[in-house]
Design a protein around this ligand. Structure first.
Ligand code: NAP
Length: 254
């Protein structure tokens, strides 16, 4: 998909309290990039809806976020088993508290089995596609009315370098991220004449559990941390990015 080429966002510095009066949902808020983004959004004053499947880990994020004077709603939702009704019930909860969403960062995802296409086990393929693609679609469908209720809103999916160009042995994960880019581009086009923008972030190699699982022999200290790449995550939630839709933003462009 089209990659945004003006890299000024890499040095984006938000104004103090720039996300005050915004309500932002973050999936994968219990760990890694989603957790870091949720805390950074809270620092800037956003009220938060935090999604995770592990209550203990989500509570740790809540404890960090509660240092800031923002409202939070934490919801346990396991994408592996969630139904369309679960996503609609989540949307009803948000509707009851805020009536709208100004932003949604969909960061949750899994790596699955890294192997040659010929060796993919179909049960693992189904699991990866369920969590990385089907749940993104169902969540986006449930959230669209809330995003459309906001004066200016931002829906952000998460892709990968192997979602731009196929790479041997990245299997189902790579295919799932191609699908996420297709979802971003198609939805971005559908809403291009509205106040909702739809983009995705490619974080690039970042020091998280998922990266350690993908590259167990790599020295994690050579990698950027989630905090290092937050300017891209902050930019896409800030009104400064209101003119961008249907694009991928690389947080670590080559
Ligand atoms: P991470 O630290 O492993 O975090 C993944 C998050 O997804 C966790 O919060 C995890 O919850 C959640 N999750 C996994 N399965 C779930 C399920 N069934 N239901 C609900 N939530 C679930 O990984 P990360 O590196 O932050 O990855 C964030 C996003 O960036 C992913 O979409 C990934 O594909 C993408 N990405 C990462 C890199 C990188 O180098 N790190 C590079 C390119 C793209 P638990 O805490 O319960 O496990």
């Amino acid at each position: 998909m089209a990659v945004w080429q003006n890299h000024d966002y890499l040095h984006f510095q938000p104004q103090t309290n720039s996300l005050e009066n915004k309500v932002i949902l973050v999936s994968g808020a219990s760990d890694g990039l989603g957790r870091c983004a949720a805390i950074e959004y809270a620092k800037l004053g956003a009220d938060l809806v935090l999604l995770g499947r592990n209550r203990d880990k989500l509570t740790q994020t809540m404890e960090k976020v509660s240092q800031y004077p923002v409202q939070t709603l934490a919801i346990d939702l396991d994408f592996a088993s969630a139904t369309a009704e679960d996503y609609h019930s989540l949307a009803a909860n948000i509707e009851a508290q805020w009536h709208r969403l100004d932003g949604a960062l969909l960061s949750a995802g899994i790596l699955g089995q890294l192997c040659a296409i010929k060796d993919i086990q179909i049960a693992n393929f189904d699991e990866v596609m369920n969590i990385n693609v089907r749940s993104q679609l169902l969540l986006a469908q449930a959230l669209l009315p809330l995003l459309n209720n906001a004066p200016s809103s931002s829906l952000v999916f998460t892709t990968s370098t192997v979602g731009h160009a196929g790479r041997a042995l990245w299997g189902s994960y790579a295919m799932s991220k191609f699908a996420v880019e297709g979802l971003t581009q198609t939805l971005g086009d559908e809403y291009k004449d509205t106040t909702l923008r739809v983009n995705c972030i490619n974080p690039g190699a970042t020091r998280t559990q998922m990266r350690a699982q993908a590259k167990p022999d790599e020295d994690p200290m050579v990698l950027k941390t989630p905090l290092d790449i937050m300017p891209t995550y902050l930019y896409l939630m800030d009104d400064a990015s209101a003119h961008i839709t249907g694009y991928c933003l690389d947080a670590q462009p080559k």
